[in-house]
Design a protein around this ligand. Sequence first.
Ligand SMILES: [Zn+2]
Length: 449
Amino acid sequence: MKKTLTLLLASIGTFALILWAGLEMQEKEILSPPAPMVPTLMPSPAAEPSPSLEPTPTLSSATPTPATPIPTVEPPPPVPTEAPPLPTPVPTEPPAPADVRKAIPLDTSVVVLGYHRFCPPGERTSNIYTIQADSFDNQMAYLRDNGYHVISMADFQRFLKKEIGLPRRAVLITIDDGFRSVHTYAYPILKKYGYPWTFFVYTDFINSGGGAVTWDQLKEMQENGAEIHSHTKSHPFLTQRRGKSEADYLKWLEAELPGSRKLLEEKLGRPVTCLAYPYGDWNPFVEQKAVEGGYEAIFTVAGNPVTPHTSWKSLGRFIITKHNENSFTSYLQQLALTIADASPAAGTVTKEARPVISATLMYDGVIDSRSVEAEVSSFGRVPVDFDPTSHKARIHLPRDIIQRNVHVTIRARDKNTGKTRVVNWQFYYEKQVESVPTNLNDATAPRKE
Ligand SMILES: [Zn+2]
């Protein structure tokens, strides 16, 4: 009898325990916020490559850290230590329609690297775009030793046209301008590793003496792994009319865009289909003229990895300078964040001095809401609020814009993998008044590179 009672009591105890656990579980489920409704249109591939197949880069730290901001047209000033308080969140809009959230496969980003000029090992230079030859050699060795695949521009273009897929860790190497130091220092290193690479040259500079490369050197490099493409004729800010009449501006763009392409084709005997905008400066009109001028892949300087969803008309690059060389490995690991409904839209002009900058982040994983951060050129870090339901990020500027070129960077971390994704875009600010000083751009931009 006593035994039965003990058993009965024990049973009641177990039942109570189960009941309690069940209640707590229910409560937990009620308390936890609902998962964001993100329709996944494409099957999500395995989030993480198998460690045995994909070696983790040895130089990287275990905890992914956001990379140093990429200087695009101008390096952003230091981030203030005390961020201004977040403004009252703006009422959220209904979720974006499902087709806007087209998810990107997680492993098909291409990182495009951008270099300019080089110097002998150990030589000090004030030019931030000059990389020492031994540093460049180390970076190229890092790519080889950590499972990166350096791809040719031809393959990159096939990837853009969705004709071929690419291996994970695909990297495209580009060098701008046409400095002789590329032939002296970078070219032998690239040849040593057998890497294909792309040289964007502006045609007025070639054979101009001094630090410029010659046509013969271009031909030699073309025979040994380089693809030569256009960086315009005279390396101008293409969006700047500088008092030209409509007809003169069109004629000038004709010479800068298809003009330089045709000259390169004549001199080097190979098709030229790619363009890198000087200073990354473009707007929809310039873009239209570039497309009409025969270009099929157009590059900016905004540090965005390229995905199958990236427009071939504004392909991002990570510009390597001596200030951000230490971030080289983290740039390689940056993954792309795609955006929709960016406002002000890329390449457009706003007359509002303090627009609310916004974009819908398109991502098929779970974004850690607290990780969303934003930077705007000349502002540094700026307050941003993120609505996990609509995936809309809104940036609030603490003061009016004064510069013409406005670069926006948004970073967000995946909640499960801890990996940071990044997106950049650029728009223009023009004051309401008619006369915008034409030299405003030059004042904020680095010297010709
Ligand atoms: Zn340049």
